[in-house]
Design a protein around this ligand. Structure first.
Ligand code: COA
Ligand code: AMP
Length: 635
């Protein structure tokens, strides 16, 4: 017997045009598309070519036109500043239109880039929507990145204007953003014309005359700007994400497919209706923040929550329950690490007992593997479905999920359930042949990808093809390995590249190695992600020193740790490194990262047949024990 999930999945495979055209009917278009799927320039597939749309109109004005102008659109809840501020759809639209006017007054036109480097405040969402309103392309950079990372993104996106705030607040620490921005602009080759600065009371930024514009002053002088129709295929945003080198990938998202796909997911994946309250506890600097703090919930006409706080310490491990109860949240989305942090502080969920969670219907987790312990803890404490779902910055929405809006499947530990409609997910071997059910392979998606995914990388079609499409012709490479069982459940095991997930944040160990190699005393190095009970994984560095170095090893370790913090940022959470005499390698000189990782994680490992000198593994074990890891078993 088919259920609604199966029917939707089958239609999305057999008749993608019909399936997505129906979803597109639910959105506002200035001009309907000529083609639903345009495959005239393979492998660059485009959706809704010929169509004209505006993302901001679909997020705000559309709902006002439908008579929901007085409904809450956004609640800014900030325990770190003790503030709750609510915006109705009409109020948010007016703020956004005014800020769009500010951008226009600063010379921003359709197609121009605007870089947004902001903490979790309502003005971050307002800036994003204002860009969308006038057809400008935003690029939001996460606040935990260092000036150098910011400079790399400025150089690639070449923004006309940068929007920032004087500071962010990390629990109790005030992090000055403006000096980081000034340093990044000094380092970058592409200088923005103007910077718009929101002064927060906890830290006032010094302004550079002629370049810096005060947010409040500019708003008071601005005229509201209206929505500009853009091509469905025009870019809405660029979001940089870790690649396999220090140069991040500029993931592009278009306007039309993005509105259609995200609006569809709100009901079908998350079971949300207009008027419901949805909360993604993430950051606007990540894809989750783009898709599910700002765009998805607003496309659907929900109330979204923008939370400036942490799962613990702001003020305690009960804050998630307070927010759910106070704002009548129906569904929440966060990373498993947030629940591990809460579980560690309040193992019996005592703090939950103070709150009425009767409106809460489901918890969605993503960003990293959901360990069974955390899954069951959340299920037992909340007594609602806990949905593990799997996706990536590139995909913009879930590849696999238990789509509660269609059909609730039984949960299998370690699985994000089944491919979401639109995703032809397969596990293949190195020859691009599908492997048997239950066998591990590379997880790939048969092209074309559904709407709302990445059409390319910013001004880099070659890197797009080379990174995602070349290894498995006809397929998109997710760079995750895993398997699909006989019931069609996907299991995501590990990355096939150097990406690690630290507290749900995506980082490249290759980029950290590039930093370590720049230390004058380091001859070679390796950085690996090792298991961590709170953050899922944390990076650990191994450095081999150049001959004749006399500086104390401790000193060098401190320096390389500081270098990663200065160049990549605190978000890298690079706090552990050690000096070793040599690194285990194959005879052809490849570092045996997998083996080192197994030793660190105390897993069984085989001494690789290709190893140059097996005694190095004993040295590695000693080194790892010295920094609190290993105690390993060999087979
Ligand atoms: N601006 C500036 N600095 C930031 C930052 C930001 N937006 N976000 C994080 N940082 C800093 C932190 O202050 C910390 O610095 P420190 O080394 O000086 O202490 C460092 O980056 C690491 O931050 P984080 O990964 O958040 O670790 P934490 O130990 O401070 O907190 C958790 C641990 C689990 C509470 C936290 O990671 C968390 O809430 N995770 C939720 C996951 C999440 O939202 N993921 C997004 C994808 S869904
Ligand atoms: P990001 O681009 O930051 O969203 O990170 C994407 C990567 O996070 C994926 O390629 C996976 O490696 C990992 N990931 C995301 N969600 C899950 C999940 N539900 N289960 C396992 N891994 C996940």
């Amino acid at each position: 017997m088919t259920n609604p999930y199966q029917a939707a999945f089958e239609q999305s495979m057999n008749d993608p045009d019909g399936f997505w055209a129906k979803a597109a009917e639910d959105c506002h278009w200035y001009k309907r598309w000529d083609k639903v799927l345009d495959d005239s320039n393979k492998p660059f597939y485009r959706w809704f070519t010929g169509g004209q749309i505006n993302t901001c109109y679909n997020a705000l004005d559309y709902h006002i036109d439908q008579g929901r102008g007085d409904q809450l659109a956004l609640i800014y809840d900030s325990p770190v500043t003790d503030t709750i501020k609510k915006y109705t759809y009409s109020q948010l639209r007016d703020e956004v239109a005014l800020f769009a006017g500010v951008l226009k007054a600063q010379g921003v036109e359709k197609g121009d880039r605007v870089l947004i480097y902001m903490p979790m405040i309502a003005e971050a969402a307002i800036s994003m929507l204002a860009c969308a309103r006038i057809g400008a392309v935003h690029s939001v950079v996460f606040g935990g990145f260092a000036a150098k990372e910011l400079a790399t993104r400025i150089n690639d996106a070449k923004p006309k204007v940068i929007v920032t705030a004087s500071c962010g607040i990390e629990v109790k620490k005030v992090i000055a953003y403006k000096p980081l921005l000034d340093k990044a602009i000094d380092m970058s080759t592409s200088k923005p014309g103007k910077c718009i600065i929101l002064q927060r009371p906890m830290e006032t930024a010094s302004m550079i005359a002629g370049r810096d514009v005060d947010w409040v002053e500019a708003m008071s002088a601005a005229a509201p700007a209206d929505c500009v129709p853009v091509a469905a295929t025009d870019p809405l945003y660029i979001l940089y994400t870790s690649g396999t080198t220090g140069v991040p990938k500029g993931v592009v998202r278009d306007n039309g497919g993005h509105v259609v796909a995200l609006k569809w997911t709100m009901k079908n994946v998350y079971n949300m209706d207009a008027g419901d309250v949805y909360w993604a506890a993430s950051d606007v600097g990540w894809v989750v923040g783009h898709s599910y703090i700002v765009y998805g919930p607003l496309f659907k006409g929900c109330t979204t929550i923008l939370f400036e706080g942490k799962p613990v310490g702001t003020p305690d491990a009960g804050v998630f329950w307070r927010v759910i109860s106070e704002h009548k949240v129906k569904a929440m989305f966060t990373a498993p690490t947030a629940f591990r942090a809460i579980k560690r502080e309040d193992p019996n969920a005592e703090l939950m007992k103070q709150y009425d969670l009767s409106n809460f219907k489901a918890l969605y987790l993503a960003g990293e593997r959901l360990d069974p312990n955390t899954l069951h803890w959340a299920e037992d404490a909340l007594k609602v479905p806990v949905v593990d779902h799997w996706w990536q910055t590139e995909t913009g929405w879930a590849i696999a999920a238990n789509c509660l809006g269609l059909h609730e499947f039984p949960v299998k530990e370690g699985s994000p359930t089944k491919a979401v409609p639109g995703w032809n997910l397969q596990a293949v071997d190195a020859n691009n042949q599908q492997v048997a059910a239950g066998d591990i392979g590379a997880l790939v998606v048969k092209l074309p990808l559904p709407p709302g995914t990445l059409p390319t990388l910013w001004q880099n079609d070659d890197r797009y093809v080379e990174s995602y499409l070349e290894e498995f012709p006809g397929y998109y490479k997710t760079a995750d390995a895993g398997y699909i069982d006989a019931d069609g459940y996907a299991f995501v095991m590990s990355r096939t590249d150097d990406i690690i997930n630290v507290a749900g944040h995506r980082l490249s160990t290759g980029a950290m190695e590039e930093v370590l190699s720049d230390h004058p005393d380091v001859a070679e190095c390796a950085v690996l992600g090792v298991d961590d009970s709170l953050k899922g994984q944390v990076p650990v560095g191994f450095v081999v020193l150049k001959a004749g170095v006399s500086k104390a090893e401790d000193e060098i370790v401190k320096e390389v740790i500081q270098m990663v913090r200065d160049r990549i940022g605190p978000v890298a959470a690079f706090k552990t490194a050690t000096v070793v005499k040599r690194l285990p390698k194959t005879r052809s000189g490849k570092i045996l990262r997998g083996t080192i990782q197994k030793i660190a994680d105390n897993q069984e490992y085989k001494v690789p047949a290709t190893i140059d000198d097996p005694t190095i593994l004993d040295e590695m074990e000693e080194a790892l024990k010295g920094i609190g890891y290993a105690g390993s078993r060999k087979s």
